[in-house]
Write a protein that binds this ligand. Structure first.
Ligand SMILES: O=P(O)(O)O[C@@H]1[C@@H](OP(=O)(O)O)[C@H](OP(=O)(O)O)[C@H](O)[C@H](OP(=O)(O)O)[C@H]1OP(=O)(O)O
Ligand SMILES: Nc1ncnc2c1ncn2[C@@H]1O[C@H](COP(=O)(O)OP(=O)(O)O)[C@@H](O)[C@H]1O
Ligand SMILES: [Mg+2]
Ligand SMILES: [Mg+2]
Length: 365
């Protein structure tokens, strides 16, 4: 109807737990009021038979889903897939996940960043190999190499000495445990938006404590545990999250932007700790695809803004494609038209990925 604004359909494909936490009525209603309909994708049916969708939002694992997305993309070249499965895959391995951090260049005079020292161990023999240990010192955290969202992939072991290595099951990443005052910073990214929050983490391990402790300690998803389940209760009672200063916002934003561009991802968060030995040194220890946004203050607005940015981008694309067809009607030859359409898709979908200045409302595809 004339004057009526076009609506925009976003199909979402999420595991039931994620759907329950993320697709809240408050989000659905806010998005709806701003012209965006969130539509559940039926995982029992093939994706190409559903829709039409202007955008597909997803967090599913496995080859079958990747094939379905590729099929959908080839039949719907104008739809936006948030995010590309290949880009997400980098985060399913704890080595490739952090490699990108080492490649980032951010200019900052007063703070530095990096990742903790770490090695990857594929077999039991290498676990006790002295050469492998030249780089690391105890305590270390043993993390499963694979980070595929399974409960197993979150099972960590804090290892205090050589004897503690016996129970480990490679393939694992051994990462130096860095004292950080028991507080972790979670930096949530949704397109251009960046928000840093504080969470409780593992307590520091002093030299004296290191000598008196057992060989190892197992734990899982410590930053999401309710307080009464934390391993060192007295420590947490003593510690007040509010006393901890957040890292400088501009510094976290610069890192977030750099990561987003390098990884070509829109929806992720990263875990950061502040090394207590230096006070101005920040270490990135984990990057998660499509994290628990609902725990982030104002998540409905942030995510709706993000959806609207995609919509604006799509509209811009439509306008530019129309210009291409007009050129065709005006007699421009077919080859030039093809170039024109290709150019539009490149400019719109890749804006923000280019080396030049990032455009507003850019979505990484
Ligand atoms: O479930 P939630 O809300 O705690 O979110 C989890 C995230 O918590 P966070 O937002 O960082 O506090 C969580 O982050 P952490 O592991 O706590 O760093 C993961 O992103 C997790 O996904 P997956 O199991 O790795 O695929 C996320 O789980 P899924 O919701 O994707 O299953
Ligand atoms: N190198 C490290 N030094 C100190 N604490 C760490 C380190 N790596 C992880 N942790 C602690 O272990 C928790 C889980 O590790 P993380 O790599 O974030 O795995 P997950 O993917 O399960 O969240 C972190 O939230 C933090 O509390
Ligand atoms: Mg984590
Ligand atoms: Mg993680």
């Amino acid at each position: 109807m004339a004057g009526e604004k076009r609506r925009f359909a976003i199909g979402y494909a999420l595991l039931p737990k994620k759907e329950n936490s993320f697709i809240r009525e408050s989000l659905v209603n806010l998005a709806k009021s701003r012209g965006v309909d969130l539509v559940k994708i039926d995982r029992e049916r093939s994706l190409v038979d559903q829709g039409p969708f202007d955008c597909v939002l997803h967090k599913l694992y496995g080859e079958d889903w990747k094939i379905q997305l590729a099929d959908f993309r080839s039949r719907n070249p104008n739809a936006v897939i948030v995010d590309s499965p290949d880009a997400i895959e980098r985060l399913h391995n704890r080595i490739s996940m952090l490699q990108v951090v080492s490649e980032l260049k951010i200019e900052n005079q007063s703070e530095t960043f990096g990742i903790p020292k770490q090695i990857v161990i594929y077999d039991q023999e290498t676990l006790f190999d002295n050469q492998a240990w030249e780089l690391l010192k105890f305590p270390v955290i043993a993390k499963p190499l694979v980070a595929d969202g399974s409960a197993k992939s979150h099972k960590m072991t804090l290892v205090f000495n050589r004897d503690g290595l016996n129970k480990l099951k490679p393939p694992i990443v051994l990462q130096e445990f860095v004292n950080h005052g028991g507080v972790i910073f979670k930096v949530y990214v949704a397109g251009e938006y960046v928000q840093c929050v504080k969470r409780k983490s593992l307590p520091d391990v002093s030299e004296e404590k290191l000598k008196s402790l057992e060989d190892s300690l197992r734990f899982s998803q410590v930053s999401n545990l309710p307080t009464h389940e934390k391993s060192d209760d007295t420590y947490y009672k003593m510690m007040n999250l509010e006393d901890t200063e957040l890292p400088p916002q501009i510094f976290m934003t610069d890192i977030a932007k750099g990561l987003r561009k390098a990884m070509k991802l829109n929806l992720f968060n990263f875990d950061v700790i502040r090394d207590t030995r230096f006070g101005n040194r920040y270490l990135i220890i984990d990057i998660n695809y499509f994290p628990g946004y609902a725990k982030m203050p104002g998540y409905e607005t942030v995510l709706t803004d993000f959806f609207c940015d995609i919509m604006i981008l799509k509209e811009r694309e439509k306008g530019l494609l129309e210009e291409c067809s007009q050129k065709k009607m005006a007699g421009t030859d077919g080859r030039q038209l093809l170039n024109c359409e290709e150019e539009v898709r490149k400019t719109v979908t890749n804006s923000g990925c280019s080396d030049g200045e990032e455009k507003e409302n850019s979505i990484q595809v």
